[in-house]
Design a protein around this ligand. Structure first.
Ligand SMILES: [Zn+2]
Ligand SMILES: [Zn+2]
Length: 397
């Protein structure tokens, strides 16, 4: 069982108030829920034109090799290093790893954020689903022991096993995946004056930042009616950029971008439907809501506290349309840091999809499927195209 007090100081959240960024163990992390994470995995691994599984595994290996290394102290012995790897995984909300049979080449997991997500969104799968865990473990083993290995999931809870079982394969000639990016110098513009609403956005952000959002004894984060996980922005950026690149080589770049927007649109509805029907929302945001538009302002405030960026509603005069501005979205920075050059077209697919999804949630009716596609969002300006901020226009279809 995960004892959050053990090593907790190494995983202390640092919230950057000016940028609305969450930092844990030297990595900027984003809170997303099990619906989004499993849907994104399903999109990337489900595209037959690319090896999506390899994209997920290599990204997790590269990013978490750094992340685990950040949390290890030089004086830690091997046993302590493994505890750091196990506890970081649990603290971030991915589940619970058991390294006690590592000498025999076996690692097990008794809880899994991704299994929860697949059971909710795509039940009935018979093949192992924890490619994220495989990559995490490959990166962690390199950080802990300096060994370059493959980790293969042989049994998975998604198919009814009592635990996910991973085999460590020591024959590997492929070098460990690295994560290279260059810092992009950027001066964030001052946020615009808030539009009038009954919602106290600062109070919402402050309350959420003070909430202890980390793994429970199983290493999961059940909160707001969903399972949350703190995932490095580097991981999201890397899998999305690698997916677009790989799909582009097959002539499918625009399909890839559309799929990423669709996932976020569904996520915007699923995540915030869960959040809006949770006791946490009722206690914190509910008392501020006097009209439907207040819910929209409340949702944007919550998303800022989740680390999605510093974005604001800049125009909202009818239920048929909204304009949002993002001052420092992680996708925009991710593109510039990884590509090292400006883009011809906007690149913030997550925020584009979420912008449509939250309008469908607040003003639409019926099931998620019935609401999907009833609003359309377009990113009309992007930091990636050398603009000072990203803008999103959403309209009812
Ligand atoms: Zn599994
Ligand atoms: Zn953008």
């Amino acid at each position: 069982m995960f004892d959050v007090r053990e090593l907790g100081a190494r995983f202390q959240l640092r919230f950057d108030n000016g940028a609305y960024r969450r930092w844990i163990a030297g990595k900027e992390v984003i809170l997303h829920c099990h619906h989004y994470n499993s849907r994104l995995q399903n999109t990337i691994e489900g595209a037959s034109a690319v090896d999506g599984r390899a994209i997920i595994v290599r990204a997790a290996e590269a990013v978490f090799r750094d992340h685990v290394a950040n949390a290890i102290a030089q004086s830690d012995d091997l046993a302590m290093r493994l505890r750091v790897a196990r506890n970081l995984y649990a603290h971030l909300g991915y589940g619970w790893l058991d390294f006690s049979r590592l000498d025999a080449g076996t690692i097990t997991a008794t809880a899994s954020h991704f299994v929860e997500g697949w059971n909710a969104g795509f039940p009935g799968r018979s093949q192992p689903v924890c490619s994220f865990a495989e990559g995490y473990l490959q990166g962690a083993i390199h950080a802990v022991a300096g060994k370059t290995v493959y980790v293969r999931e042989r049994e998975c809870m998604i198919a009814g096993a009592s635990a996910c079982r991973f085999e460590v394969v020591t024959e590997r000639s492929e070098p460990v995946a690295t994560h290279d990016k260059t810092k992009h110098a950027f001066t964030q513009k001052a946020p615009p004056a808030s539009l009038p609403s009954n919602v106290d956005s600062d109070k919402i952000v402050q309350a959420l930042v003070e909430m202890p959002i980390h793994g429970n004894p199983e290493g999961l984060i059940p909160a707001f009616g969903v399972y949350l996980a703190s995932t490095p922005a580097d991981f999201y950026n890397r899998i999305c950029l690698d997916f677009i690149t790989a799909m582009g080589e097959a002539g499918l770049a625009s399909t890839a971008k559309k799929l990423l927007v669709f996932d976020a649109e569904t996520c915007g509805m699923n995540t915030f439907r869960g959040i809006m029907s949770s006791p946490e929302w009722d206690g914190l945001v509910g008392p501020m809501i006097e009209q439907p538009s207040d819910s929209l302002f409340g949702i944007v405030a919550v998303s800022n506290a989740l680390g999605w960026g510093n974005w604001h509603i800049t125009k909202h005069t009818s239920p048929n349309a909204v304009t949002l501005e993002s001052l420092n979205g992680y996708e925009a920075f991710g593109f510039l840091e990884h590509r090292g050059a400006f883009a011809k077209n906007p690149q913030c697919y997550m925020l584009t999809g979420v912008a449509a999804g939250i309008m469908e949630l607040v003003y639409g009716s019926g099931t998620i499927e019935e609401r999907f596609g009833t609003y359309v969002a377009e990113e009309t300006a992007c930091i990636c195209c050398a603009r000072e901020s990203c803008s999103f226009e959403v309209e009812k279809v």
